[in-house]
Design a protein around this ligand. Structure first.
Ligand SMILES: NC(=O)c1ccc[n+]([C@@H]2O[C@H](COP(=O)([O-])OP(=O)(O)OC[C@H]3O[C@@H](n4cnc5c(N)ncnc54)[C@H](OP(=O)(O)O)[C@@H]3O)[C@@H](O)[C@H]2O)c1
Length: 274
């Protein structure tokens, strides 16, 4: 698997280990701290030679792509042979967005490359993660304020651990090949709603403001994004045409229980906002 040191992948790893599965983690970091018993392979998902070596003897792959997604996916799929293992790709609900933006383009490109390389694919297309609220910890602690960069459109955020639980089903069961799952959480919430829930959980007032679109573009650019890409992404994230807020029942069906609501995540992470 890739992304084992990350948010969703870390939970996939933990859940696979709980099941007694053997796991090899491909990480860019040669000093990655992984649980006992996990085999570390060093390299990025785009490094075809590293991926070829890491795939040896593997039955199923969980693929997380971060950064230059299109280059990484090409490097990764070049390592797949006719006897390719089952492959579960962490994609994004943005692939079905009706407005053009870079996040959607790169995930669409990843899905296209993977589907061309193997028939044994499953695409997980989650919407925004509950854990995106961690972007706000610094300003909440510093000024008691969230200045939201992504606007205040209603969404149906999902717990990354629920995405991981579904990934583990797709990795370990038959019947998911060739299927794409759009995954939502159980409730429609705006960012402002999420901040009110966080304030209750943390037991402190938190002011909520929406940053002007130009300020959001400037912030993403300062964080390393190309300005044109940042402008397109900000416009899409704030667009009324993007259907963010529709809990669709797919996660519940795959989990066999309701997906975890945002208030449960907020209660667990309240200390980060205190
Ligand atoms: N956040 C959302 O709301 C959301 C919603 C839908 C889809 N997604 C998609 O989910 C994926 C991210 O999943 P995640 O949150 O679990 O990932 P993550 O925790 O951000 O990181 C995943 C892995 O990427 C590597 N990594 C982390 N930061 C990096 C950086 N700055 N440059 C290069 N590599 C880096 C690390 O692997 P190494 O061990 O190799 O360093 C890490 O384990 C993305 O494809 C994203 O588009 C996100």
């Amino acid at each position: 698997m890739t992304g084992a040191t990350g948010r969703v992948g870390g939970r996939v790893l933990a859940r696979l280990l709980e099941r007694g599965e053997r796991v090899r983690a491909l990480s860019r970091n040669p000093a990655a701290e992984l649980p006992d018993g996990v085999e570390l392979a060093v390299g990025s998902p785009g490094d075809t030679a590293a991926v070829t070596a890491a795939l040896d003897g593997v039955d199923a792959v969980f693929l997380v792509l971060v950064g230059d997604v299109e280059t990484e996916v090409r490097g990764f799929t070049a390592a797949l042979t006719a006897a390719a293992p089952r492959l579960v790709l962490l994609s994004s609900s943005s692939v079905v967005h009706p407005v053009p933006h870079r996040i959607a383009e790169e995930h669409r490109a990843a899905e296209t490359e993977v589907a061309a390389a193997t028939a044994r694919w499953t695409f997980l297309r989650p919407g925004p993660f509950h854990s995106n609220a961690l972007w706000w910890t610094g300003s909440v602690r510093g000024t008691g304020t969230v200045r939201c960069l992504v606007g205040n459109r209603p969404g149906a955020p999902i717990d990354p651990d629920d995405v991981a639980a579904i990934a583990v089903r797709a990795l370990t069961e038959d019947g998911h090949d060739g299927l794409a799952y759009e995954l939502t959480g159980p409730q429609t919430l705006t960012s402002g709603d999420q901040v009110r829930i966080l304030a209750r959980a943390a037991g402190r007032p938190i002011r909520f403001e929406v940053a002007a679109a130009e300020q959001a573009v400037a912030a993403f650019t300062a964080a390393g994004s190309d300005p044109v890409v940042a402008e397109g992404n900000v416009a899409a994230l704030r667009s009324r045409e993007v259907p963010w807020g529709r809990p669709n029942g797919t996660a519940e069906r795959l989990l066999g229980r309701p997906p975890r609501p945002f208030h449960a995540w907020a209660a667990e992470h309240a200390a980060a906002f205190g």
